[in-house]
Design a protein around this ligand. Sequence first.
Ligand code: GUN
Ligand code: ZN
Length: 433
Amino acid sequence: MKAYRAAILYFADQSAASPAPPQAILESDGLMITGPNDRGWQVVLAVGPYQQLAPRFAGVPVTHFPGRIIAPGFVDMHIHYPQVDVIGSPADGLLPWLNDYTFPQETRFAAPAHNAAAAEFFIAELLRNGVTTALAFASSHPESVDALLAQAQKNNMRLIAGKVLMDQHCPDGVRDDTEQSLIDTEALIQRWHGVGRLGYAITPRFVPSCSAAQLRGAGELAAKYPDVWIQSHVAENRDEIAWVRDLYPQARSYLSVYEQFGLLRPRAVYAHCIHFNDEDRALMRESGAAAAISPTSNLFLGSGFFDYERAQQAGFQYGLASDVGGGTSFSPFHTMLAAYYVGREGQTKTGLSLTPQHLWWQHTGGAAQALGLGGVVGNLLPGCEADFVLLNPQATPLLARRMAQAASLDELLFAMIVLGDDRLVERVMLAGS
Ligand code: GUN
Ligand code: ZN
């Protein structure tokens, strides 16, 4: 067993019936005890006030981090590992951005040496920013998945990834052969899904880049492997939506095209979900699919604003995501701040649109729940895998100054959300290593 003493941030146990995010708890002098589970990974055995727990675990050596905050590792619900070199590319919206920057960069992932180096950088950058679980797009080259998951495996990190499916409306070098893409996807599922802490996601890029045959094949694989994830994009940009309407004039909506092909179910994660109507929102809830809200990307590409209020009313699952390289930062602090701006935009009631606790939950336990990993990662309650970050509230002069004035937990969390970045994350501990 191991014991860690510091301030400890975690979320209260939540009744399954409650739609509200659970209460955040900050033990100012806390103790967290971890021990190996039957697979040898560290899981949380106990968490609470130091004074209360220390006598029960008197024989366990304690690592003390004075002045630091232990917090759950962040969960990024949607990110593209071949797009690190695309961040900050100026374009007049999603479709030119894909054609001018993204597809050309992704063609480079045909080369194994490029994949391996990019995967190493990507995983290191996630961890440096405190992200311990992610759902990631690779490129359309199956080897790009091998490189990424092999790198995550080295760190025994919880990572879910998939080979992008794209067999039309894209250039040579990234375009799939339909039948081969489905054969490759199934081989990758068998090679990687459930190996250690890794998972596989069937990854149709978005409706315009996949033929009906490819979407049908993806849906068949999703039915054959029900605990494999699905990831895609939907209702991000108005030009994209008009294109889908041209391709599927009979479809009720963009989202309904995915439904038609059997691609809406629990563990299906759709990035953006901006231009929805209430029927789409009800379909998300009924199908058990989840939204990956990507606010820095949506602001950067001018895509629009996720409607938190209607999502909450409809009751479908959602969490936060960086969407690098449409997104502008790996940092969960930057993403949470952008989500706050987005929440304010759609605000119709008075009061705070999104509380600091809710923002933090959306990037930890809430995102984990939306991925079907509630109680596994994203929190530090007993039973959770011990993926955690050590935050240094003194990391910058301004942070130290502002944190010293924080009079409540919400103020303290907000100071970190507004002023924090990778400098706040002093260390990352993974349950698996
Ligand atoms: N839609 C299809 N592909 C992409 C992508 O790579 N990024 C974003 N933001 N939207 C997409
Ligand atoms: Zn994306």
